[in-house]
Every structure is written in structure tokens, then in C-alpha cells.
Ligand binder design. Structure first.
Ligand SMILES: N[C@@H](CCC(=O)N[C@@H](CS)C(=O)NCC(=O)O)C(=O)O
Length: 203
């Protein structure tokens, strides 16, 4: 049985969603971050970075959410990777873009708005990162024109990896109304039973 370490409200959420999409049995284990369980000697054996998510599947132990999702797809539902080299390339393109380009500014704003107490909040960090988002979101919006999913005409890991970042926007006050293709794409994705199961786990 696969064990996925981390709460559905953390970066582990995208892996839980991928496991639901793959239809593979799994169990989740919460890691008590408040009590620094993620830095315990026992957990560091699973993820030496001391972060969630981590996945254990028999003798396979992995960290990094994107890598975990590629493993889940490769091992349990290959069509989530795309069906041609071009599709698999695009799949990685969007996943790497989501984490290396889009996630940084979004998480910087999230940290300031959600975690920082009022007296420590740095509005310059918020403003500077907010300025980066229109160009990034426009790239995604244009690429989604006339398409239901990011790669080819089927749902792939790229949709999970990218949507899990974009869907933070409403939580940080970034309105997606100006990006109608992104809104349509997120709407199609949110109808998926696997997504709904994952969302139910977040409550
Ligand atoms: N690049 C990592 C980031 C993981 C990450 O930053 N996880 C956060 C929770 S969302 C964490 O465990 N933070 C604890 C820490 O940094 O000490 C991934 O995508 O898996």
C-alpha cells in the first residue's frame, strides 16, 4: 500500500489528487509540523529535506511533489503522462513552468497575506510579486485558448501540477475573471470525481 506523507492542504494535496486520478489505493499520514515532526530523525529518513510531501511505495521512497506525481502516473496510469514524446515534453514543460515560474510569486504573496501577522507583513513583497502575475497568467490563458486541457485533448499530470498552483490565486485575492480560458479550464477540472474526492479531504 502506498503511503503519502502530508496534509491535503499542503503541497501533498497535488499528490493526493494524482493518486485519486490514478485510482490506486493509498493511505495518507499527517506530519505534525507544529511539533516539528517533519524535522524528526524518523521523518528525515523518509525525506532528508524535512518537508512534505513524501511517498513510500514498497521499496520506493520519494520526495518533491512533481517527481512524486510523475512516479504515480508512470507506475499506475501512464496516460496521465501523455501519449507521444511531444505530449510528454509539453507535460513536463507545464509542470516545470508551474513550479519554477508561477509558484514563486504566488507563494511569496500567500506567505505575506496568510501566515504573516499584520505587524510583520511586508506590502512591498506583495506588490512586487503581484506585478509579476499578469504576464504569467496571460501566457497560460493564451495557451488554453480553444482547449479543455493543457496537453493534447486529454487530462494529464500537467493539469494537476499547474492547476494546483493557479488555484491558490483566489486565496490571495487574485481575480481570475480577466483570464476566461483559465477559468473555463479550472471549471472543467473541478468537475472531475478525483478532484472532488481530494477537495473533500481538504475540509
Ligand atoms: N519543492 C517541494 C516543496 C515542499 C514544501 O515546501 N513543503 C512545505 C509544506 S507545503 C513544507 O514541508 N515546509 C516545511 C519546511 O520548509 O520546513 C515540493 O514540491 O515537494
Amino acid at each position: 500500500m502506498i503511503t503519502l506523507y502530508g496534509s491535503p492542504r499542503s503541497s501533498a494535496g497535488r499528490c493526493i489528487w494524482a493518486l485519486e486520478e490514478a485510482g490506486v489505493p493509498f493511505t495518507t499520514k499527517d506530519v505534525d509540523m507544529r511539533n516539528k515532526e517533519h524535522k524528526s530523525a524518523e521523518f528525515l529518513k523518509i525525506n532528508p529535506m524535512g518537508k512534505v510531501p513524501a511517498l513510500v511505495d514498497g521499496d520506493v521512497t520519494l520526495f518533491e511533489s512533481m517527481a512524486i506525481n510523475y512516479y504515480i502516473a508512470d507506475a499506475y496510469k501512464k496516460e496521465l503522462l501523455g501519449t507521444t514524446p511531444a505530449e510528454r515534453g509539453l507535460n513536463m514543460q507545464w509542470s516545470f513552468w508551474a513550479t519554477s515560474e508561477l509558484q514563486g510569486p504566488i507563494i511569496e504573496i500567500f506567505i505575506q497575506k496568510v501566515f504573516m501577522p499584520d505587524d510583520k507583513r511586508d506590502n512591498n513583497v506583495i506588490e512586487n510579486n503581484l506585478k509579476k502575475l499578469p504576464d504569467l497568467l496571460s501566457v497560460l490563458n493564451t495557451s488554453l485558448a480553444g482547449k479543455k486541457y493543457l496537453v493534447g485533448d486529454q487530462f494529464t499530470i500537467a493539469d494537476i501540477n499547474t492547476a494546483s498552483v493557479v488555484s491558490i490565486c483566489p486565496m490571495i485575492g487574485v481575480d481570475l475573471k480577466a483570464y476566461s480560458n483559465i477559468e473555463g479550464w479550472l471549471g472543467a477540472i473541478s468537475d472531475r470525481p478525483a478532484y472532488q474526492k481530494y477537495q473533500a479531504m481538504r475540509k
